[in-house]
Design a protein around this ligand. Structure first.
Ligand SMILES: [Zn+2]
Length: 353
């Protein structure tokens, strides 16, 4: 679950969440977006239907990725569109179709609406749209969504499609560099245009394109850095454990005494659970310091094998939050934590690992 988001329900079992910046944009639109010629009802209806179009776009992504056997963890709606967070990174040829499926949904909606408008009100309604007709605005809105998302730059879908095409001829790292460079150029172009033309809402969009390009690049280069590296190389091997007979007070003491956030819980040399900081604090508040940790710990803890690729372990770590236990069969080998992993990646980027 991403921080700074609000859940609004789920579609096909996929939770839909709104990022707070999207809510901010809605407020901005409410304050600045209305002009005197239109009724507020039409405006609200238009924004609502456009939002629905963005959702259908994301559902397009998630349906195509399901076809490749990749589950969608959640859909997050940002001001410049949505993101379908996938369980694992698709392969280059899968990524292409997953990326273009979203914009194709908007293209299909706008095409259907244009055909409807052409049939009922004639061709001139299409080429000389009035501002007040909801169907016309929605047709153009979806067309704009499709074109904007197909721009060949990170973090747009077009950028992902571009990367997957380049990755067929060059290395993934180089493909990522090209897609992210075009993302930064696009963001700067948008920003300059926004300032020159006085369209300050576009400045807001440029900012998000820039932020998204940086984020996407980081995620992609993290993947490149972790490919072909075994979990074993990045795990924590020097750590403290708790015994199942200890109390929450013991666990709290250990949390304070060490810099560790997650503690494997052992019965003999058998791992029976994992006690993370959040769970510890919640358990402490709910059951008090004298309760046994065995009643609070997570028995269904995330685990990874020591010899799998670090790139494969990343989604497991991302899903669990911050920590997974590295288990060779039933034997505890180490811990994989997001903190340690980021240190490992920095070292690797510097050429130390
Ligand atoms: Zn998309």
């Amino acid at each position: 679950m991403q921080t700074g988001t609000v859940g609004i329900g789920s579609v096909f079992g996929v939770p839909i969440r709104l990022h707070f910046t999207f809510l901010l944009l809605m407020v901005l639109l409410m304050v600045f977006g209305f002009n005197g010629t239109e009724s507020g009802v039409i405006q609200v209806l238009y924004i609502g239907l456009l939002f629905l179009s963005v959702l259908l776009h994301e559902i397009g992504h998630s349906l195509v990725s399901t076809r490749y056997g990749i589950k969608t963890i959640e859909i997050i709606v940002f001001p410049i569109g949505g993101i379908a967070r996938l369980e694992r990174q698709p392969k280059p040829q899968e990524e292409f179709w997953i990326a273009v499926s979203g914009p194709l949904v908007n293209l299909a909606i706008s095409l259907a609406l244009f055909i409807y408008i052409g049939n009922t009100r004639g061709m001139e309604a299409i080429f000389q749209p009035s501002d007040t007709n909801l169907t016309e605005r929605l047709a153009y809105g979806n067309l704009a969504l499709a074109i904007f998302n197909l721009l060949p730059a990170f973090p747009m879908d077009g950028g992902r499609a571009l990367r997957s095409v380049i990755a067929r001829f060059r290395s993934e790292a180089e493909a990522t560099r090209i897609a992210s460079a075009s993302g930064r150029i696009l963001a700067m172009g948008l920003a300059i245009f926004a300032i020159v033309s006085g369209q300050y809402l576009m400045l807001f969009i440029a900012f998000f394109v820039y932020l998204g390009a940086a984020q996407e690049t980081m995620a992609a280069s993290g993947r490149v850095l972790t490919q072909g590296v075994a979990v074993r190389a990045a795990m924590v091997t020097d750590f403290r454990t708790l015994s199942h007979g200890q109390t929450m007070r013991d666990a709290a003491d250990l949390l304070l005494a060490t810099s560790q956030h997650d503690f494997p819980v052992l019965a003999g040399d058998q791992v029976i659970g994992l006690l993370g900081r959040n769970l510890l604090l919640r358990g402490l508040a709910a059951s008090g310091p004298d309760a046994y940790i065995a009643g609070v710990m997570d028995r269904d803890f995330p685990r990874v094998a020591p010899d799998i690729d670090l790139a494969e372990a990343l989604p497991i770590l991302a899903k669990s939050g911050s920590c997974a236990l590295v288990m060779d069969g039933e034997k505890l080998m180490g811990m994989l934590t997001s903190e340690n992993l980021s240190e490992f990646l920095v070292l690797r980027q510097m050429g130390f690992q």
